[in-house]
Structures are given as C-alpha cells and as structure tokens.
Design a protein. Structure first.
Length: 184
C-alpha cells in the first residue's frame, strides 16, 4: 500500500514536460539533453536569419531551420514549442518559395494546436500566402473569411476585411482607389 501511495505521489509530481514525453515514449525515448540541444539550435537558427540579406547562406539556414523545426515537432508533438517551431518552419518555407509546404505546415498548426497563442497570425499568413504568393484568390477569400469568422474581434479580422475588399483589384485599380481615398 505504501509503495502504491508513493508511486501515485511521484506520478502526480511529474512535471508537465515529463508527462508529455512519457506519452510519446513509444515513438522515441526522451532524452532531455537532445531536447535542449534541438530547441537551442532552432532558436539560434532563427536568430541568425533575422535581418539577414537573402543570399545562399540565408537560404541554407532557412532550409536547416525548416527541417529542424519540423523534426522537433515530430519528435515532441505535445511540447508547447512545437507550434512555435512549426510556425517558424512555415515562414521559412514561405521565404524559400515553398508556398504549398508553408500552407501544409500552417494547416498542421490549425489542426493540431487549436489553443496556440498566435493562431490568428497563422490564419492570416495562410490567407496572405494564397493571395500574394500563390495568386489563388478563391482560397485566399475562403481563408480570410475563416479568420474573420473564428476571430471576429481581432485586429487581423479587420485587416482581413481590407484584404478582401481589395482582393480582385488590379495594381492600377488599387492606386486609383488609394488616390480617391486621399482626396476624401
């Protein structure tokens, strides 16, 4: 009985991080040193890319950030950093011109991390990627509407409405619209 109580007490005192890694133990034996190394390497890669001019070196770093971030999320799916790292990966994929990969990563965040603090930003980047990078106005329209439906009071919902208002306008029409708004 004492052994059972001690085991129960120990189990209840497990840290949240230990609990989540026990859940994925079947997938990969958790090694805290590997976890910390992977996490620090991803954060260092992101820091290296900030403000860097787009060149061969930055593209290699972006690709490395992309692959390491996905690997981290695959290895530690219940870690709160996984959503952050997937969002970094989505932005890196965007920067590399891998727009469909970026959309897939954002869809993964939307599906698997519904409580992610930056979920509205994920929805907006998804819509913007369809709009600006893939020139898929129909999917962009749906994505902007989805953001506005899910986050009606967020400032990005207002921004999404502005994007929708201008979605089908040519550059010339946008310039004319801007000029006429400046006169009013």
């Amino acid at each position: 009985m004492i052994f059972l109580m001690a085991s129960l007490f120990t189990a209840c005192n497990e840290t949240a991080i230990d609990k989540q890694y026990n859940e994925v133990k079947a997938k990969k034996e958790f090694n805290r040193a590997d976890y910390e190394n992977e996490k620090q390497e991803i954060l260092a890669l992101e820091d290296s890319l900030i403000g860097m001019v787009v060149d061969t070196k930055s593209k290699k770093l972006s690709q490395k950030l992309l692959s390491k971030s996905i690997k981290f999320a695959d290895n530690y799916p219940n870690d709160t950093l996984s959503a952050d790292f997937l969002f970094m990966a989505a932005r890196a994929a965007n920067g590399l011109g891998q727009y469909h990969n970026s959309i897939d990563l954002m869809n993964r965040i939307i599906r698997d991390y519904r409580l992610y603090d930056y979920l509205v930003e994920v929805y907006f980047l998804k819509a913007f990627t369809y709009d600006e990078n893939l020139n898929d106005k129909a999917k962009a329209k749906n994505a902007y509407f989805e953001l506005m439906r899910k986050f009606p009071n967020d400032p990005l919902a207002e921004q999404s409405q502005l994007m929708l208002d201008n979605l089908y306008l040519t550059d010339e029409e946008l310039i004319e619209k801007y000029k006429s708004e400046q006169k009013d």
